[in-house]
Design a protein around this ligand. Structure first.
Ligand code: FAD
Length: 330
């Protein structure tokens, strides 16, 4: 058994997902506690050239599987490839991004190699005594944090949501081991026919990348009011996000949702407008550098996690902020 930590590096069209770099960063810390190495697993067609950025991001090496069958993500060939990597390399820990691909692939592989999987972790640690991976995730609707260990089976596996962990600074020119693992695919491994790949036509920004987020809760009163929040966000060179209440109401797209069942964000400024501060919302934004909240209820829980709280009607305050910023920028 190698006892190393493996990170499944997710790629689409040859470009590596941000979460994979974040997981490599986290894995280097865990590996230091275990005195082990970090390997990235890269699967795709013609992807050898993408190994170097993974090494520069902190991986000691990359195991890659290349095949035309892996050009687009399809569960069956990817599960076969990763199962082969795990069986051959016998890692101690395998980490996946809790993305649509990671959430599809990880349980499939867990079943094939007969091990456990803790989904949607927000914290990973090594128990100093047992050296087991302690996988922490929200449970019971976010009311408690549960720490789960996998004592009996290997590897210990977890998915981690994008934005939760932090990448470490890349070291340009860093060298590492790059090894190819050959997997004998057959036509039967491709149980899906891809007729056409349709890319999302509208350009959406990723709220996990925004430095400033103006976030609207139910208190904004209507979908229309996001236009005003967008105006404020534009003046702050930021973007708009939302509580789940408004996503459920159909006022804004799901990819804007912050929180336990949405995205975890870490902007420099999070401006919460008409958001009560439910525990499931706070789980996604509490690591923002500065939180400013506007709420007409002075006992709203969002004020407990705010650096600055403004008690009042957002319909009065937001337009005043917009006017002030316009004057400032003029
Ligand atoms: P409300 O709780 O209704 O709060 C509206 C706030 O606006 C109030 O505080 C009110 O005082 C204020 N307000 C009203 N009018 C004005 C005004 N004119 N000016 C100023 N303030 C005003 N929620 C998430 O956000 N993200 C998640 O990922 C998420 N996941 C969940 C997962 C589970 C399993 C469950 C059970 C729930 C989850 N929720 C999530 C829902 C969460 O519990 C809350 O219901 C939700 O966050 C409430 O959204 P809100 O704060 O916008 O609305």
């Amino acid at each position: 058994m190698s006892r190393d930590i493996y990170v499944v590096a997710e790629q689409r069209d040859g470009s590596i997902a941000k979460v994979s770099f974040e997981l490599i960063g986290e894995a280097t810390k865990l590996a230091a506690d275990l005195d082990q190495k970090v390997y990235a697993v890269l699967m795709g067609a013609d992807i050898k050239g993408q190994c170097q950025p993974l090494i520069e991001a902190g991986a000691d090496g990359v195991v890659y599987v290349e095949d035309e069958l892996l050009k687009e993500y399809v569960t069956e060939p990817y599960a076969k490839a990763l199962t082969a990597v795990i069986k051959q390399c016998e890692p101690e820990i395998v980490l996946y991004g809790a993305t649509s691909i990671g959430r599809d692939l990880a349980p499939r592989v867990a079943a094939r190699i007969h091990t456990g999987l803790t989904a949607d972790c927000t914290k990973l640690d090594i128990d100093p005594e047992t050296k087991l991976l302690m996988m922490t995730r929200p449970a019971f609707g976010g009311n408690i944090m549960a720490t789960i260990v996998c004592r009996e089976y290997r590897p210990q596996m977890a998915t981690v949501r994008p934005g939760v962990m932090q990448r470490i600074e890349a070291v340009p020119g860093k060298t590492g081991e790059v090894k190819e693992l050959k997997v004998a695919f057959t036509d039967a491994d491709m149980n899906v026919t891809i007729k056409e790949v349709i890319k999302q036509s509208h350009k959406t920004t990723d709220i996990t990348e925004a430095k400033v987020l103006v976030s609207g809760g139910r208190g904004i009163g209507s979908a229309e009011y996001y236009k005003t929040l967008q105006e404020l966000a534009d003046l702050l060179d930021g973007d708009i996000s939302s509580s789940r209440a408004n996503v459920d109401a159909g006022w804004i797209a799901k990819d804007r949702q912050v929180g336990q069942t949405g995205k975890t964000v870490r902007p420099n400024l999070y401006l919460a407008c008409g958001i009560s501060g439910a525990i499931q919302h706070i789980a996604g934004m509490e690591d923002a550098e500065c939180v400013i909240s506007i709420n007409k209820n002075d006992t709203a829980a969002i004020f407990d996690v705010s650096d600055l709280g403004i008690v009042g009607d957002l319909k009065v305050i937001v337009p005043k902020l917009i006017d002030a910023l316009k004057k400032y920028k003029a």
